[in-house]
Design a protein around this ligand. Structure first.
Ligand code: HEM
Length: 410
């Protein structure tokens, strides 16, 4: 993985780059070093000016403060939202509801809620079990597997593509676009990124239009029937929401599953406990979500303002590192320890405030089933010491390669 277009980082407090491979590999250490050196909020001129608050209190207060911080740019880019050509601005934003501000946000979110309720998500359990088992069957009887390339990266793609009504065989395309939007933020020049993004948009516009002409029983057809302010959604709104669901549904859960398996491969005591007590898995998954929270979201400063002693300027980016909030000692006892039977665990992995994750029922289902099936089939596995575990860059963090040695199969 190469450096971003901005070059190597010179100082994490004043020149950090959350798109750099060094940040992806050492996130927690970088945050701890910053906090220990008396810097609870870091800054960089990169991406046109970006802030990185590190305490739970700061992340919480920004997430709840929709008067001063807009969701118009949930992912930091090389262009500010106002510089993006033909951009749908606040309060709607390009990918509602995650890019929307009140009062529009409430309506755009409300129309999606029924599709992600436990009643709609629970029935997917058997299908997710089948997907996980089939992926393991496809590994044959090899002693060396890659649990990211052969397992975690496929599960959420297969589930969300089926839910939306998109071709499951286009999984590679979806992962490529997810990578473009979330991981490659600092890798390529803006023009190349925009060209690829247009292809993504056109692909989905084609499928949404096809669903309009040939309605089916899936999430895209559900969206096309939904109403906002008494009217059907515009094509732009529907396509924007499908983009969001595809992106939010894939990278996040892929990362969550991968980090959980990485933990179990590197902590044999925890692995054995879960193999012997599978009913502990849901509690352990909550702890994996807390300790290895994959998602950092962004906000855009609405007007020049002071925040905890720093001067933020209109249109500055502000990152919301929910993973850092989850490791704050003031919020959690032994925050840096992974305690798989932690009793009290009000973690922020799914966000805080009005944008709290809409897909959390689905994410939890996929993570629980993925861990459960993996442990059933591979009760003993470890990281292959001769190969590298690699981590994604950008605002969603999780392992992208997980070379494992299978020590026992069931
Ligand atoms: C482990 C997996 C997941 C994690 C950690 C996660 C995390 C998050 C976070 C932190 C937010 C808040 C964003 C913000 O404050 O700007 C969010 C919002 C959202 N997530 Fe997830 N997510 C996961 C899986 C999913 C899945 C599977 C879906 C659905 C397919 C989904 C759909 C959404 C949507 C639609 C929003 C926007 C809600 C709003 O703006 O009101 N997420 N997610």
């Amino acid at each position: 993985m190469s450096e971003t277009v901005y070059g190597p980082v010179t100082d994490w407090a004043t020149d950090f780059d959350h798109g750099s491979p060094a940040y992806a590999a050492n996130q927690h250490k970088i945050w701890d070093d910053l906090k220990n050196s008396g810097c609870p909020i870091a800054h960089t001129e990169r991406y046109g000016g970006t802030w990185l608050p590190l305490t739970h209190e700061m992340v919480h207060s920004i997430a709840y403060d929709t008067d001063h911080f807009s969701s118009e740019g949930p992912v930091v880019g090389q262009l500010k939202p106002s510089e993006v050509p033909d951009r749908i601005g606040a309060p709607i934003g390009p990918v509602p509801p995650i890019s929307s501000d009140p009062p529009f946000h409430n309506e755009a979110r409300r129309l999606l809620l029924p599709a992600f309720s436990p009643k709609m998500i629970d029935p997917w359990r058997d299908e997710v079990i089948e997907i996980c088992n089939k992926l393991i069957d496809d590994m044959g009887d090899a002693d060396h597997i890659d649990a990211a390339l052969q397992y975690s990266q496929h599960i959420p793609v297969m589930v969300i593509a089926r839910m939306l009504g998109l071709p499951v065989e286009d999984g590679d395309k979806f992962r490529g676009w997810v990578n473009l939007v979330l991981s490659g933020i600092g890798e390529e020049r803006t023009e190349e990124r925009m060209q690829k993004f247009m292809e993504f948009n056109e692909y989905l516009a084609y499928h949404v239009t096809d669903h309009k002409e040939n309605p089916r029983e899936d999430l895209i057809s559900f969206l096309l029937n939904a109403e906002i302010f008494g009217e059907k959604l515009s094509l732009e709104h529907a396509v924007g929401t499908v983009i969001l669901l595809l992106i939010a549904g894939i990278d996040t859960t892929w990362s969550g599953i991968g980090s959980s398996l990485w933990h179990l491969a590197t902590n044999s005591v925890d692995r054995r406990r879960l193999v012997e007590n599978p009913d502990m898995i849901p509690t352990a998954v909550e702890e994996f979500l807390r300790a290895y929270a994959p998602v950092t979201m962004a906000r855009v400063v609405k007007e020049d303002m002071e925040f905890h002693g720093v001067q933020m300027k209109k249109e500055d980016w502000v990152l919301l590192p929910f993973p850092a909030a989850n490791r704050d000692d003031k919020q959690f006892a032994n925050a840096h320890e992974v305690v798989i039977d932690r009793e009290e665990n009000r973690h922020a992995a799914f966000g805080l405030g009005i944008h709290r994750c809409l897909g959390s029922n689905l994410a939890r289902l996929e993570m629980n089933v993925a861990v459960e099936v993996f442990l059933q089939r591979f009760p003993d596995f470890s990281v292959d010491a001769n190969e590298m575990v690699t981590w994604s860059t950008g605002q969603v963090r999780g392992p992208r390669t997980l070379p494992f040695v299978v020590n026992a199969r069931a």
